[in-house]
Design a protein around this ligand. Structure first.
Ligand code: BGC
Length: 769
C-alpha cells in the first residue's frame, strides 16, 4: 500500500470537487439527487485505486498505536481483537486517509478520533466520508460512558421484541452522537453449543425467537437508513459459526442443507428482508468451502434468493485465513481474488488489500466492472446514511445523548426483564430483610464490572452497578459482609474460599456470585466470550468448592450466575436454595439483581437457551427430532438441567382451556388459538406465554416441537386474561423431501404453556386438509 499511496499522490492532481463544474455542484454532492444518480456520478470520477480503497477497512490509529507497542507479529497472526500492521506507521495511515484510499475504520473508540480521521479524509480529492464501524453489541459498550444494556442472550430471555427495537434505536442515537455509523450486530446465529464462547452475543437457540429479535434490532439500528439517528446494521456471521466442531470459534461446520434452511438461515433471511444493509461472513468453512469464498452463500442465497442489496464485509482477517487456516489459497492475493469473485465487497481489514486487488484488476484477474459493483453497494449506503452531509458529530451532542436518563432507564428495565429465576426452594426469595440481617456476599462476580458482559470495555465505576453495590442500595439496613474472591476464576485463592466459608457460618444468608469472566481488556484471562471456548460447562476454578462448602454450613444460599453461556451447575441445582441466572446484564445488572432478590421486581425472564447438565448434553436443545432420545443414555438422563423457555416468578400462573377457533383448516388458512392464563399468586407479574407446534406425522422428520409465537402478558394478582394467537399456514410449513416449502395435510399439535417442557403444555389438535 505504501507504493500505491505515492502513486495515487502523483495521479491525483488535486481536482477540487467542491469547485463547481460549469457553475454546478457535482451530482454526487447534491443531497436532493437520487442515491443511484449520486453513486453513478461519483463512481465515474473515481480512479481504480480510490475504488479499491472504498472496499477496504483499517483499524483506528489509537488502537494501532496501542497494539504496535504491545504485540508481536506472531500474536497478531491469531489474535482477532487487537491488531497492528507490521512495517506501517501512523503517518502512513493518515496519509492514506488524506488520499481517500480508506473506506472505513473500526475500533475507533472516541468522538475525537472519529472526527479527526474524518477530517483527514475530508482533505481527499473526492471527500467520500469514512464509515466508522464498531461492535456496539449491547449498546455502544466499547466506548466510555455509553449506555451498556444486557447482552443479546439476556435480551432474548426477556422475549421482548419491542425492547430489542428500542435498545437498537437508542444505541444508534448514541453511536451517531459519537460519529460512529456502523454496528457489527445483530448476531443472529442460532446458538446450539454452550461450549462456544459467543453464545452470549446471540439471541439463543430458537430460530423463531432469534429471527424476531434480529429483525427488530436491525430495524431499530437502521430506521429508514436515511437520518442522522440511523446506523448501518451488520447481520452476522453468515453462517455456521455457532455449530462448529468442538464448539470452538472458527472451526469447520459440517451441516446439511436441510438444517441450514430450517435452523440457521431463517434469522439471516428475516434480518435481510427487514432491510439489513450489510452482512458479515463467518470465520468457518461450511461443508468444506470457507464462508469467505463461498459464492453459493453470498451470490446464491443472500443476493439471489433473498434479494440482498447491501454489501458483504469479511470478518477480521478471515479472507487471509483462507491461506493460513483453510489452506484453500496459496497467498493473500489469491484469497482476495477468490473472495471478491465469490461476492465479497469489503475487507476487514489491513493495508495489504490495496496493492493486491489493484494488481488483480490490472492483471485481468478481476474485472473493473466487478469492483464497481461492490463500490456501488458501499457508496449507496454512505449516501443513504447522510454521511456526505453530516460527516461529523460534536461533543455537545455526544454529552446530551450518551447515557441519557431515558437510555439508562431502558437499560435498567431490560436488565430486570432478562434475569431468569431458576430455583426458589421454600419461597426463600424475595428475601425477608427482617429475617436475614447478616448477609455474606462473595464470588468472583460479586463486585466486578464483568457483570456487563463481553463486548464492553471498562466503564467509570459510578456508572456500573455490581451485585454488591446493588444489594447495599436495595437493603441499606442489612449488614453485608463481603469476601472478595478476585475477578479471576482460574486463579482463585484457597485462603479466600476458606475465609468465605468461615464468614458463611456467622451469617444468616449467603449470596454467592459465580460464573464466567469475559472482560476484553484481559483478553487472555477470560473464560468466556469471543475466541474463548470451553470443553465443559462446569464452573471454573474453586467456584464449585466455594458453593459446596458454603452450602455445607447449612445456611441458606442464593447463587447468582453471571455468564453468557449456559453453565451445568448440577451441584447448585441440587443443593442451593435459590438460583438466579443473570446472564450478562449490563451496567445496571447488579441493581436489577438486587431488586429481584429483595422483591422490588418480580422476575419474568425465561431461558433462551437450554441449560445442559454437562457438555455431553449440548445437543439437548428443545426442538430436537423425536428419535434423538430413542435410546436414552445410560448412567445419566436425557433431560437437561433446565429447559428452553423455563423461568420462575414470585407468583404462580395457571393455564386453562386451550381452544382452537376451528379444529380443521385449509393448507393456506389460519385458526385462532385461545388460552386463559390466571395469576394465581398474590403478586403482580409478567408471564411469557409460549406457543409451540408439533407436526404429528410428516414426510420428512420434524422436531418434537417448535416455538411459533409468544406473548409477554401483564397479570395483576388474581387476574385472568385470555391470550389469543393466530396459527397461520406459514407456522406449519416446512421443507419437504424436495426442499420445497409446503404445508402438508395432517394433524398438528398446538401446544401452549409457560415453558417448552411437555408437562407444562396445554394441547389441542389441528387438522390441515
Ligand atoms: C468478530 C466479529 C467482529 C469483528 C470486529 C471479529 O473478531 O468475529 O464479530 O465484528 O471482530 O471487531
Amino acid at each position: 500500500m505504501k507504493k500505491l499511496f505515492l502513486l495515487a499522490a502523483a495521479i491525483v492532481t488535486i481536482v477540487d470537487m467542491n469547485a463547481t463544474t460549469n457553475g454546478k455542484k457535482p451530482v454526487y454532492k447534491d443531497p436532493k439527487a437520487p442515491v443511484e444518480a449520486r453513486v453513478s456520478d461519483l463512481l465515474g470520477r473515481m480512479t481504480l485505486e480510490e475504488k479499491v480503497g472504498q472496499m477496504n477497512q483499517l483499524v483506528g490509529i489509537e488502537h494501532f498505536k496501542q497494539n504496535s507497542a504491545a504485540m508481536t507479529a506472531a500474536e497478531l497472526a491469531t489474535n482477532t481483537a487487537n491488531a497492528f500492521y507490521p512495517g506501517v506507521t501512523v503517518a502512513d495511515m493518515e496519509a492514506w486517509t488524506r488520499q481517500g484510499l480508506v473506506s472505513s475504520f473500526l475500533h475507533v473508540l472516541t468522538l475525537e478520533e472519529a472526527n479527526y480521521l474524518q477530517k483527514l479524509n475530508m482533505q481527499s480529492r473526492l471527500q467520500i466520508p469514512l464509515l466508522i464501524g464498531i461492535d456496539a453489541i449491547h449498546g455502544n459498550a466499547k466506548c466510555r460512558d455509553n449506555t451498556v444494556y444486557p447482552t443479546n442472550i439476556g435480551l432474548a430471555s426477556s422475549f421482548d421484541v419491542e425492547m430489542a427495537y428500542k435498545i437498537a434505536r437508542q444505541t444508534a442515537r448514541e453511536m451517531r452522537a459519537m460519529n460512529m455509523h456502523w454496528t457489527f450486530n445483530p448476531n443472529v446465529e442460532v446458538a446450539r453449543d454452550g461450549r462456544w464462547g459467543r453464545c452470549g452475543e446471540t439471541f439463543g437457540e430458537d430460530p423463531y425467537l432469534v429471527s424476531l429479535l434480529g429483525e427488530a434490532t436491525t430495524r431499530g439500528y437502521q430506521g429508514n437508513l436515511d437520518g442522522t439517528d440511523d446506523v448501518l446494521a451488520c447481520v452476522k456471521h453468515f453462517v455456521g459459526g455457532s455449530y462448529s466442531i468442538n464448539g470452538t470459534n472458527g472451526a469447520p461446520c459440517d451441516v446439511s442443507e436441510r438444517t441450514l434452511r430450517e435452523v440457521f438461515f431463517p434469522p439471516f433471511e428475516a434480518s435481510v428482508k427487514a432491510g439489513g444493509a450489510s452482512v458479515m461472513m463467518s470465520h468457518n468453512e461450511l461443508n468444506g468451502i470457507p464462508c469467505h469464498t463461498n459464492k453459493w452463500l453470498m451470490d446464491g442465497v443472500l443476493r439471489g434468493e433473498w434479494g440482498f442489496k447491501g454489501f458483504v464485509v469479511s470478518d477480521w482477517m478471515d479472507i487471509e485465513h483462507c491461506v493460513d487456516q483453510h489452506h484453500t489459497a496459496r497467498d493473500n492475493k489469491e484469497a482476495f481474488r477468490q473472495s471478491i469473485l465469490a461476492g465479497m465487497d469489503m475487507h476487514m481489514h489491513g493495508p495489504e488489500w490495496m496493492d493486491a486487488v489493484v494488481a488483480l484488476v490490472k492483471e485481468g484477474k478481476i474485472s473493473e466492472q466487478r469492483i464497481d459493483e461492490s463500490v456501488r453497494r458501499i457508496l449507496a449506503v454512505k449516501f443513504r446514511l447522510g454521511l456526505f452531509e453530516h460527516p461529523y458529530s460534536d461533543a455537545k451532542t455526544r454529552d446530551k445523548v450518551i447515557n441519557s436518563p431515558e437510555h439508562k432507564a431502558t437499560a435498567l428495565e431490560a436488565a430486570r426483564n432478562s434475569i431468569v429465576l431458576l430455583k426458589n426452594d421454600g419461597g426463600l426469595l424475595p428475601l425477608d430483610k427482617s429475617k436475614y440481617k447478616k448477609v455474606l456476599v462473595t464470588g468472583i462476580n460479586a463486585n466486578d464490572q464483568n457483570i456487563m458482559g463481553d463486548w464492553s470495555e471498562l466503564q467509570s465505576d459510578d456508572k456500573v452497578w455490581t451485585v454488591l453495590r446493588g444489594l447495599r442500595e436495595a437493603a441499606p439496613e442489612t449488614d453485608f459482609s463481603f469476601v472478595d474472591q478476585g475477578w479471576d476464576p482460574r486463579n482463585m485463592s484457597q485462603a479466600k474460599v476458606d475465609e468465605a466459608v468461615e464468614a458463611a457460618r456467622n451469617s444468616d444468608l449467603n449470596i454467592v456470585c459465580c460464573g464466567e469472566y469475559m472482560m476484553r481488556f484481559r483478553w487472555n484471562d477470560r473464560t468466556s466470550g469471543e475466541d474463548t471456548d470451553r470443553d465443559n460447562l462446569d464452573l471454573v476454578g474453586l467456584q464449585e468448592q466455594l458453593i459446596r462448602r458454603i452450602c455445607e454450613t447449612g445456611k441458606p444460599v442464593v447463587l447468582v450466575i453471571i455468564s453468557g453461556r449456559p453453565l451445568s451447575v448440577n451441584y447448585a441445582a441440587a443443593h442451593v436454595t435459590a438460583i438466579l441466572n443473570a446472564w450478562e446484564a449490563g451496567q445496571f445488572g447488579g441493581r436489577a439483581i438486587a431488586e429481584i432478590l429483595y422483591g422490588q421486581v418480580n422476575p419474568s425472564a425465561k431461558l433462551a437457551m437450554t441449560m445442559p447438565r454437562s457438555a455431553g448434553q449440548i445437543s439437548t436443545w428443545y426442538n430436537h427430532k423425536a428419535s434423538a432420545f430413542f435410546h436414552p443414555v445410560v448412567c445419566g438422563t436425557s433431560e437437561p438441567l433446565y429447559p428452553f423457555g423455563y423461568g420462575l416468578s414470585y407468583t404462580t400462573y395457571k393455564y386453562a382451556g386451550l381452544q382452537l377457533s376451528a379444529g380443521r383448516m385449509a393448507a393456506d388458512g389460519s385458526v385462532k388459538a385461545q388460552v386463559t392464563v390466571t395469576n394465581t399468586g398474590n403478586r403482580d407479574g409478567v408471564e411469557i406465554v409460549q406457543l409451540y407446534v408439533h407436526d404429528c406425522v410428516s414426510s420428512v422428520a420434524r422436531p418434537v416441537k417448535e416455538l411459533k409465537d409468544f406473548r409477554r402478558v401483564e397479570l395483576k394478582a388474581g387476574e385472568t386474561k385470555t391470550v389469543e394467537f393466530t396459527v397461520s399456514a406459514d407456522k406449519l410449513a416446512y421443507y419437504d423431501i424436495d426442499m420445497k416449502k409446503i404445508v402438508e395435510p395432517g394433524d398438528f399439535e398446538i401446544l401452549v404453556g409457560p415453558s417448552s417442557r411437555d408437562n407444562d403444555l396445554q394441547k389441542a389438535v389441528l387438522t390441515v386438509e
